[in-house]
Design a protein. Sequence first.
Length: 640
Amino acid sequence: MRISSNMALDNFIFQQQKLLSSLFKEQMQLSTGLAVRVPSDNPGQASRLLKLTEVEESQQQVLENIRFAGDFLNATDAALTDVTDSLIRVAQLASGAVGSLSLPEERQAAAIEIDAILQQMTSTANRQFLGLYLFGGRDVTTQPLRSELDGLRYVGDTGTLSARLAFDGNDEYNLTAHEVFGLLSDRVQGSVDLDPAVTRDTRLDELNGANGLGVRLGSLRFTENGPAGTWTADLTAATSIGQIIDIINRTAAGVGSGLIADLNAASNGIRITPGDDVAITTLENGILASDLGILTSTPTGAAIEGLDLDRRVTNSTPIADLLGGAGMDFTGSTFGITNGSHTVSIDLTPAQTVQDIVNTINNTGIGVRARVNDAGTGIDVLNEISGSVMSIFEEGSTAAADLGIRTLNTTTLLDDLNFGDGVRRTEGEDDLEIVAKDGSTVAVNLDSASTIQDVIDLINTAATAAGVGIAVSLSGTGNGIRIADTTGGAGGLQINRLNFSDAVLDFGLNGDIDAAATEFVGSDVGGVKVGGVFSALIELRAALLVGDEREITKTAGKIDDALTDVTRVQGRLGAEVRAIESRGQQTLEAVEATTLLLSEVRDLDFAEAITRFQQTQTALQASLLASGQTLDLSLLNFLS
């Protein structure tokens, strides 16, 4: 076959373009040092390169997070060391201020030094790392501890910072000021289960479920002794009780069943009214029927009243849904909150939701913080001010008690009174005596009492048994035990201490009583104060200034406890720092290994590339020489 000159020319051009392209590719590889510049160079290698790059970037980010968290924790550890040193010095000052050898001048000097330590520890609580507050919780840009409202106010939150410190999830890496210094009171816990009703609008994520484990969605199987037979309702997409009810009813109607789902009579779950005898189970070993409290293995024609789904209180819970749907009416009802020298009256008349209640309390500006408790049963109110006492009391209504936040309530434990010091009684003996205005007396032994209500009941029972016209209750205004005299006598009401018991003092019943008074209300002994380091320092400073050795000894014990707590926290922090350092080393080794592997895939083997370049260059030269010789032929070359 004869090849034309045009065909030969096209073939030579194609071969030279191919060689020039290869030569250009190899020149670019040599100039960039990369084996794969674009995916078309080597699709398989490019895909592997992309995956390795993603892995390396992820590892680098985790490594950076670990290094930052480690530095953050090391800065925190240094701050805790300063706190520990300060507390050791305070303990020494407190110890030296007790005893006959301690002079008033020395106590005054100790108080001055403690004041300086207090300022130093305040600065430590507000210490920053790279512009971020170490002890502010999640709010790292706001100074957490401030001198406000006659004390030190903690405005940080109680949350923790977290970051991806491993490839399988996030880890926490900070301590809050509350955790280290105890800057929030921990005792004003809602004493009433607000028990919201279950309504159609109730979200499933608000429910603890009949098993206390939430509502785990799936499908329900209904087995009827009727025309509908066995049918299923798919509830996997439901988000509320109303949707569950609607899906069941819609599915039942679609299969010709007369079954009806609705809310139960107690407004805490679901009721199933069968059309025919029915059994209710769950598909594929699921537990939805059990979680909803309507599991019925044996067919029945009676209405199935579902179990309590235990709806939790949330900020969005309507007040009308509380107390099983009975709601609360705050119209015209107020209660008061005192914190230190500041007192406000709380009017919840406009409130529609639990969030409204929380906001109203939090916006008082007197250093109190309300929140829904972790169990979702009620509201807690915390004191934010170290150095002040918070009290929540009635103003003629029962609003605070109804919410379970009155600081002195019938359910208050005696051990919690007087800031946790409790009530000192003389075991086996009468603790107090009440002398009525007509001269009649009643003596009471309080050994068996554990709550305020127990005390009220014991005194009233003893007064009835003795025939004395004395009635005891909690005061409807303020906080205190109210003793009313109905004898009509002309003498003076008296409350006396018996058998060296301190119950009269510890119940706040030791005040002066007007001779003409027919009732007496004791002082508030249920107030709440922050029990942390700063409160102890403030109390110790005050005790030193007045020379109260009993209070000095008491607060010195609190300082020792605080030192123990800080030491324990620092020990745990040290373990976390070591774990972070170990994790950082492991991650660094992983990064180095990935970087090496990435280099093997991405970086050019120069020796091999130079050899290929030279071979391609030689092939191009040969091609050019051959094409030149071939194209130089004429007709005479073929005729000769």
